[in-house]
Design a protein around this ligand. Structure first.
Ligand code: CA
Ligand code: CA
Ligand code: CA
Length: 267
């Protein structure tokens, strides 16, 4: 009877400790503080944190497209690099790079930006005679590691790989928004901050580099296909001190529980 009671008591304690531990783990995520570390709309120039291709261009017909008040306006950073000149098809684009330093202590980060996919992107595959124009990749890297790699398609018959999550696509079908005015040179727009690939990216270093680039065997660049970003906003997720204490308490409790179990098993 006494043994049964002791077992029941151990189980109760273990459940309590497990609940406290899980609470310790869950609460920091729930109570995480989102700290802004960088923001620009490119309407007053290119911030010095950018390097690589840093060309400003009017947003043309993209003006007003967006989510709520987060819309393209004024200027954006356009990257037309890569091979369009005769014989240069497929020459990779040069990245646009954002470098941040002295970040506050954090465990993950979020990258928000509007993306303009400009003119006749051809996707991953296409039928002859357009098969030499593919693939056209768009990639985003954080500290050199790929966090996003997809092909986009604005060209009739092209086959892009990107399937935007709800809310991300701002132009359900390609539209003529300027730049190359040809009938096959249409544009699309995306709110990439609404794609989970750009939220809660594990990261702890006090420095950060974000690279945006386009390339591929079919990459033509220039006035044939290019891309632009606007409203770039980076935040880091920082646990609040009180929740750190809870997390530590959870870990200590689990250690104590393990100690008691080991002690009981040696009896
Ligand atoms: Ca702008
Ligand atoms: Ca192409
Ligand atoms: Ca166009």
């Amino acid at each position: 009877m006494q043994q049964k009671y002791r077992r029941f008591s151990e189980i109760t304690k273990s459940i309590t400790v497990a609940v406290l531990f899980l609470a310790g783990l869950a609460l920091p995520a729930l109570a995480a503080e989102m700290v802004p570390v960088f923001s620009t709309d490119f309407n007053n120039g290119v911030p010095t944190e950018f390097s690589g291709i840093t060309v400003l261009e009017s947003v043309h017909g993209y003006a007003g497209i967006g989510t709520g008040s987060n819309t393209f306006s004024g200027d954006f950073l356009q990257n037309t690099s890569g091979g369009l000149a005769t014989g240069m098809t497929g020459t990779p684009g040069t990245p646009t790079v954002l470098t941040l330093t002295d970040l506050p202590s954090h465990y993950s980060l979020n990258i928000n930006f509007l993306l303009a996919i400009i003119d006749s992107w051809d996707g991953l595959s296409n039928d002859p005679p357009f098969d030499s124009f593919v693939p056209d990749y768009f990639e985003v890297r954080v500290d050199g590691a790929t966090i996003f790699l997809e092909t986009f398609d604005n060209f009739v018959g092209g086959d892009g790989t990107y399937i935007p999550p709800p809310g991300v696509a701002l132009t359900p079908t390609p539209l003529q928004l300027g730049f190359n005015p040809g009938p096959d040179f249409l544009e699309t727009a995306y709110n990439m901050g609404l794609d989970s690939a750009f939220q809660n990216i594990p990261h702890t270093s006090s420095t950060l580099t974000i690279e945006w680039l386009a390339y591929g065997d079919g990459w033509q660049g220039g006035g044939d296909e290019s891309w632009a970003i606007d409203n770039v906003d980076v935040t880091v997720n920082t646990p609040e001190p009180s929740t750190v204490c809870l997390l530590l308490f959870g870990i200590i409790s689990l250690g104590y529980s393990g100690f008691r179990r080991r002690r009981a098993s040696t009896r």
